[in-house]
Ligand binder design. Structure first.
Ligand SMILES: [Zn+2]
Length: 87
């Protein structure tokens, strides 16, 4: 992710994540669901919000879910998000 893409993230996202650097984990600081994931606007999971902010609103591939490659459910760094098959 470029510095420009980073700076284009909306303030209400940036204010709820600890953005340490382009490669680092970005722990979500806002509301957390009982599943252990961050909660964004209108109940959208925070990491899904992060994905949409950087990849657009295109739906995920059918049968895939969005997972953190770093294993940290609270991480919202789009670089740490991949579409993975199944659950
Ligand atoms: Zn991470």
């Amino acid at each position: 992710m470029t510095a420009r893409a980073l700076s284009s993230l909306p303030p209400d996202f940036v204010s709820q994540a600890r953005i340490a650097g382009p490669e680092a984990c970005w722990p979500w600081l806002g509301e957390v669901s009982s599943w252990g994931y961050g909660v964004g606007p209108r109940g959208v999971p925070a990491h899904v919000w992060a994905w949409r902010l950087t990849h657009g609103d295109a739906p995920l591939r059918k049968g895939y879910r969005l997972a953190q490659t770093c294993g940290n459910r609270l991480c919202v760094n789009p670089k740490h998000l991949r579409q993975r098959k199944g659950w």
